[in-house]
Design a binder for this molecule. Structure first.
Ligand code: LLP
Length: 428
């Protein structure tokens, strides 16, 4: 949706607004979000799962502001939050509490109390400690929150593949293989102030292969039928988490919402039919797939350094503080000159930031026109997920603004931080 408009000198336009105007009005680095694109992706997910009346929760950890929470609600999705801070944003945006699901492997007493008091729709319980804590908190308040037990299926997802692990060596969930999940179900069922309504499974993120999702779905569905046999309880809900990959570079081929919906629903249906159980209500929690492709980061080039015989270093006015994903995960991105068209020959370049370390790289290898110079604007694509939300103040850089564009109109969602903002918190 971020289209190159030739009418105004070949510069990039997002949502009908040229990048030169965006940079002039809001400064750089700048997170720019295409509202229509986000909404269209949200609708596509809701529609893909609508036949089964499944719930689609947007995973707010990818990118959450009050406006984003409102778009999510307006498009008929629910919202997954994983901290008290995300819950606060969701409630401030007017998201009905019953449409919120609350995650976290170590929710604090305060976070659980706030979730219970607000009437959050689902709390996903993740440990024995939490079950006990929640029972007490709910009893003290005379409430009965609905919960899902987060189950670890032994499916460990990697980017292009999955491996089934014998042991579940990570902090989330309760393992099926060790019996911890079955024990958690028994404990929740024995609680008077916590109502067990279903199971939850999330296998990972940026996944391109349906096989991992399918194995996990089969395993939790099997577990659901086992709970019926052993505990005499028919669980009504199965939340299969998020993790659908998006295209960062041209080799990435993302899964379509339609096809993932079809395969997940078929697997669960088959498992339930085989055991004469009614189909549970399915939920999914895409984050990246909705916000990722809808965002770009706009930077101004500050210096261009040709390291003779190796490559050209193009330095921009942000870096690892607004996009830690390259340094942290070896993530790949594309970047282009967007403020003008250049016919200069492409040269091997590296897009780097302004931080005081050499690992401050945004794109390792890319070809940029040889005449890229200070003052040019470049844009990194598909930064709408886990860039704004993971931004830091490293080297005391104020965090960039987040601007949404729709029908030719830009609007600030989160204003740029200032150095005064940083000083205000420094009270020593
Ligand atoms: N549901 C649960 C329980 C999750 O833990 C996550 C992501 C999601 C849904 C959404 O996953 P998505 O559809 O966005 O892949 N910071 C990393 C990603 C961490 C994801 C954590 N959990 C990154 O930048 O790639």
């Amino acid at each position: 949706t971020a289209r190159r408009s030739h009418a105004d000198g070949g510069e990039l336009a997002v949502g009908g607004v040229g990048v030169t105007r965006l940079a002039a009005e809001y400064g750089t680095p700048l997170f720019v979000l295409d509202e229509d694109d986000f909404r269209a992706r949200a609708r596509a997910y809701r529609e893909a799962f609508s036949e089964a009346e499944a719930d689609v929760y947007y995973a707010g950890k990818a990118l959450l502001t009050k406006a984003v929470a409102r778009w999510v609600h307006e498009e008929g999705l629910k919202l997954d939050v994983c901290s008290g801070g995300e819950l606060t944003v969701a409630l401030a945006a007017g998201m009905p509490p019953e449409r919120i699901g609350m995650h976290g492997n170590n929710k604090s007493e305060d976070e659980l109390a706030r979730a219970v008091e607000a009437g959050v729709g689902r709390i996903i319980v993740d440990s024995f400690d939490e079950i006990e804590r929640l029972e007490r908190i709910a009893a003290e308040r005379g409430r009965v929150p609905k919960v899902l037990v987060r189950v670890t299926t032994g499916v460990e997802a990697h980017t292009h593949e999955f491996v089934a692990t014998a042991h579940d060596d990570q902090k989330f969930g309760l393992a099926l293989s060790t019996g911890a999940a079955a024990e958690a179900v028994r404990r929740v069922l024995s609680c008077e102030h916590v109502e067990l309504v279903g199971l939850h499974s999330h296998i990972g993120s940026q996944i391109f292969d349906t096989a991992g999702f399918e194995v996990a779905a089969r395993r939790v569905a099997e577990f659901l039928t086992r709970i019926h046999r052993e505990n005499g309880v028919e669980l009504a809900e199965l939340d299969l988490g998020g993790g659908l990959g998006i295209a960062y570079v041209s080799d990435d081929t993302p899964l379509e919402a339609e096809s993932i919906a079809k395969s997940l629903l078929t697997i669960v249906q088959r498992e339930c039919d085989a055991h004469g159980l009614p189909m549970p209500r399915i939920a999914v929690e895409p984050g990246r797939a909705l916000s990722g492709p809808a965002g770009i980061t706009l930077y101004e080039v500050g210096t261009v350094k040709d390291v003779e015989g190796i490559r050209t270093y193009v330095s921009v006015d942000g870096g690892m503080s607004d996009n830690i994903r390259t340094a942290l995960y070896g993530a790949e991105y594309t970047c282009a000159l967007v403020s003008r068209v250049s016919t200069a020959e492409p040269v091997l370049s590296r897009l780097v930031g302004k931080h005081c370390e050499s690992g401050d790289i945004i794109v390792h290898d890319l070809y940029l026109p040889a005449d890229v110079r200070p003052g040019d604007l470049v844009a990194v694509a598909a930064t709408g997920a886990y860039c704004f939300s993971m931004a830091s103040n490293y080297n005391h850089l104020p965090r960039p603004a987040l601007v949404a564009v729709r029908d030719g109109v830009p609007r600030t969602l989160v204003r740029r931080e200032t150095e005064e903002d940083l000083l205000r918190l420094d009270v020593g």
